[in-house]
Design a protein around this ligand. Structure first.
Ligand SMILES: CC(=O)N[C@H]1[C@@H](OP(=O)(O)OP(=O)(O)OC[C@H]2O[C@@H](n3ccc(=O)[nH]c3=O)[C@H](O)[C@@H]2O)O[C@H](CO)[C@@H](O)[C@@H]1O[C@H](C)C(=O)N[C@@H](C)C(=O)N[C@H](CCC(=O)O)C(=O)O
Ligand SMILES: Nc1ncnc2c1ncn2[C@@H]1O[C@H](COP(=O)(O)OP(=O)(O)OP(=O)(O)O)[C@@H](O)[C@H]1O
Ligand SMILES: N[C@H](CCC[C@H](N)C(=O)O)C(=O)O
Ligand SMILES: [Mg+2]
Length: 494
């Protein structure tokens, strides 16, 4: 097959001096530049991509897309090159729009969800609802691309080039519906500008990622970009108005003239969550759709999951599904890997749950969700990630102190930080905790303590399969460690 080429105009770009180029591909990583490629030299958190323009030109780049600073930084290399130079006010946005044009196809119906906690759950449930209603659907996010088409993913919101490639390949494979996670980093970095959305959802906003955004206000503004910028005027905003900062986000969407479909516990919500009744393996939930009550059985633990299901159902409805049919398939939803997952059970009946809670609010929510299921004590094993928001660490410690009975503070991806220093920051707020740096040992010790009626929550890593120490990733899986520990203590093979 002849190599595909596009003009700059076909990618919505104009070179500074009107130069033309025949583009054979797009990339934002100089290491991936091939002859004829457009290299996007983007401003980064560590360096400016302009530092790699000379290398990209040496490798045969036909065009460079950058911002004014990048053009200034790489002026000598650019002056000596025949490559076209495109200087954009926001080079990230220009790259995303060019990627959308280069790859072209997207699933016909696309929904995105943002919020501090619950994105993966909502995106997965939305995909499951669509599949149950007979559509070829995928979800894209922290756990990769899943559903009717499958691929791994390094990011919750993939970079613009990867994302648009995935959307085009999935569409070519027949996928008609996609639900994706919009992370605050992804929104801030314009990774998903160019995605054609039918609806967008919001779960909640509580503290995380202040290392990146600086303030909660800036974090909120990044998330609000989904409704301010990405959702087209005819799009529907599905908002959990009883989630933290839900009313503020609903106001933002309404101010722009978007249709708001309110979900959650508020009396006037379009899709209202009236009550939940927990039992051993799930919960009975009473919803109402525009005033008409419906009772459904959910095979999921935690009333927060009922809220996530409400956002997912709202998204499916906003994308055109019949509300009665959407509500009728909710009992078929299955849990997301590493989200309140029952990982093992001791011979005395005590369960071990693995959950991805890695923020103060998520730890509190997960522990409170477990309480109605537990007559004895709740034990928790948790840590906090290195090279991430430091200020959340004591708040995570406090949430565990306030809502669990026995605490084990351990390591969770220390990355390049000193693990003991991270643990000390958590333990400022929970000095009574047992400190066990080695995560496998912490899990074993906690499992050993389980009495009849107790439950253990292993928080923070969920579906992850590695422990990041320094720049190395060591195999580690909380679910596996839970069953290995139970087996070792019960004297039987795992
Ligand atoms: C803070 C952050 O978001 N960083 C992401 C960002 O990097 P950056 O722009 O800061 O890159 P940089 O290292 O300063 O380099 C600047 C530019 O030079 C380019 N470069 C760099 C080196 C080289 O040899 N050649 C080259 O061209 C880079 O591609 C980049 O465009 O763009 C890179 C390329 O797409 C990402 O790989 C990188 O993700 C890093 C690894 C990361 O850890 N990101 C996390 C925080 C993240 O994005 N997380 C969210 C989820 C958060 C949540 O909700 O929990 C996510 O969506 O996954
Ligand atoms: N609606 C919610 N409210 C509060 N906490 C929640 C909610 N949904 C999930 N959580 C907690 O957050 C954890 C992560 O859930 P999930 O993976 O769905 O969120 P996420 O937003 O995708 O996270 P990430 O930002 O890491 O991608 C869960 O394991 C649970 O502890
Ligand atoms: N997407 C989140 C995941 C955090 C998970 C936790 N295990 C950690 O490493 O902090 C982040 O990168 O902040
Ligand atoms: Mg996620």
């Amino acid at each position: 097959m002849a190599e595909r080429k596009a003009t700059l105009a076909e990618l919505g770009l104009t070179a500074r001096d009107g130069r033309q180029a025949a583009i054979t591909g797009l990339t934002l990583d100089s290491r991936a530049v091939r002859p004829g490629h457009l290299f996007a030299a983007l401003p980064g958190s560590r360096t400016h991509g302009a530092a790699f323009i000379a290398t990209a030109l040496d490798q045969g780049a036909a065009a460079i897309l950058t911002d004014a600073e990048g053009a200034r930084l790489a002026a000598p290399a650019l002056a000596a090159s025949p490559a076209a130079l495109i200087v954009a006010e926001d080079a990230r946005e220009a790259l995303s729009r060019a990627a959308a044009l280069w790859f072209g196809a997207q699933p016909r119906i696309m929904a995105a969800v943002t919020g501090t906690n619950g994105k993966t759950s909502v995106a997965t449930f939305t995909r499951q609802i669509w599949q149950a209603l007979g559509h070829a659907a995928i979800n894209i996010g922290t756990t990769g691309v899943e559903g009717a088409w499958v691929a791994p993913s390094a990011h919750t919101t993939p970079d613009a080039v990867t994302l648009h490639r995935v959307l085009a390949e999935a569409a070519a494979a027949g996928v008609t519906h996609a639900a994706m996670e919009a992370s605050s980093h992804g929104l801030d970095q314009r990774r998903m500008d160019g995605v054609r959305l039918t609806a967008a959802g919001f779960t909640n906003l509580t503290q995380d990622h202040l290392d990146y955004h600086g303030t909660m206000e800036a974090y909120f503004q990044a998330k609000a970009g989904l409704f301010d910028r990405l959702l087209p005027p005819e799009g529907v905003a599905v908002i959990n108005t009883t989630g933290a900062m839900g009313p503020e986000m609903a106001d933002r969407a309404a101010d722009r003239g978007l249709t708001v479909l309110a979900v959650g516990r508020a009396q006037n919500a379009d899709l209202r969550l009236i009550a939940t009744r927990p039992h051993a393996t799930g919960q009975e939930v009473r919803f109402s759709w525009q005033g008409k009550p419906v009772q459904v059985e959910l095979d999921l633990i935690g009333s927060f999951q009922a809220e996530n299901v409400a956002v997912a159902a709202g998204l499916a409805i906003a994308c055109g599904e019949d509300p009665d049919r959407v509500l009728s398939v909710l009992p078929r939803l299955t849990g997301v890997r590493g989200r309140m997952q029952l990982a093992a059970t001791r011979a005395n009946g005590a369960p071990v749950f693995v959950d991805y809670a890695h923020t103060p609010d998520a730890i509190e929510t997960a522990l409170k969700a477990l309480r109605p299921h537990v007559m004895g004590r709740i034990l928790i094993v948790f840590g906090a990630g290195g090279d991430r928001d430091r200020t959340k660490r004591p708040l995570m410690g406090k949430a565990a102190h306030d809502h669990a009975d026995v605490l084990y503070v351990t390591d969770d991806n220390p990355r390049t930080e000193v693990p003991a220093a991270i643990r000390a920051e958590i333990m400022q707020a929970c000095p009574e905790a047992n400190e066990v740096g080695d995560r496998a040992e912490a899990i074993l010790r906690a499992v050993d303590q389980l009495q009849p009626g107790d439950a253990l929550l292993i928080a923070g890593k969920g579906h992850e399969t590695g422990q990041i120490i320094g720049r190395d990733v060591y195999p580690f899986d909380d679910v596996e460690q839970a069953s290995v520990s139970v087996a070792a203590l019960e004297g039987r093979p795992a």
